[in-house]
Design a protein around this ligand. Structure first.
Ligand code: ZN
Ligand code: ZN
Length: 217
């Protein structure tokens, strides 16, 4: 799915991904009353009818995102297994490797970065810890290696899970939730160090001035 949709940025645009698989996305409220009734009976969250994924827009944003990826699971995996599609959704919205490289410390971080409900984020974070333990003991699986390769960025020379234009130079990319590119960041740090040094010098100067004024030299 990440290859198919050329995804290299989190949080996912779940609507766009469903579209990329040739399905339209519509709200339950766009259905005629009879169809809406039938839809709600099948699922209060989302349903696939023909080439359209319908979702209940009265649910929370987090939950709608999860439901859309759950429905995509039915399409991609060609499966009717609900728990399998839940796992698909959880792993696409918050891949365990991306949780790792985004340095999430707890379920709250996962919920915030990947946009998941608290409940879904808890499940994802627990599963991430299991995944990390397995990787530590047995090494990366073939799928892990493919994931790593897909998200490895040659310019940044690391696993990149988010990138956008640098806030300062607009020509380079800022990776992994930074707002400045590497070059501008180094420049900023240098400026900061210089400013601190000047600050320090001025403080010393002030001190000696006041000492001189009050005769404590
Ligand atoms: Zn389902
Ligand atoms: Zn820059």
């Amino acid at each position: 799915m990440f290859n198919h949709c050329s995804i290299n940025n989190f949080p996912l645009d779940c609507w766009n991904i469903v579209n990329q698989y040739g399905f339209k996305v519509k709200k339950y409220s766009e259905l005629k009353p009879k169809k809406l009734e039938a839809c709600l009976e099948l699922s209060e969250d989302a349903n696939i009818i023909g080439d359209t994924v319908y979702y209940n827009e009265n649910k929370s944003h987090n939950r709608v995102r999860f439901s859309l990826m759950h429905e995509l699971g039915h399409i991609v995996l060609e499966s009717n297994d609900e728990s399998e599609c839940d796992k698909f959704s959880s792993n696409t919205i918050a891949p365990r490797m991306a949780i790792h490289y985004s340095k999430c410390r707890n379920a709250n971080d996962v919920a915030k970065i990947f946009i998941l409900s608290d409940q879904a984020a808890n499940i994802a974070f627990d599963d991430y810890r299991r995944w990390r333990r397995n990787v530590t003991i047995y090494g990366m699986s073939d799928l892990d290696k493919q994931m790593y390769e897909h998200f490895y960025n040659d310019d940044a020379k690391k696993f990149v899970w988010s990138f956008e234009r640098c806030d300062f130079c607009f020509t380079d990319y800022a990776y992994n939730e930074q707002s400045l590119c590497e070059t501008c960041r180094r420049f900023e740090i240098r400026k900061l160090i210089k400013a601190q040094r000047i600050d320090g010098q001025e403080r010393n100067l002030d001190l000696s001035r006041s000492n001189w004024l009050y005769g404590q030299l």
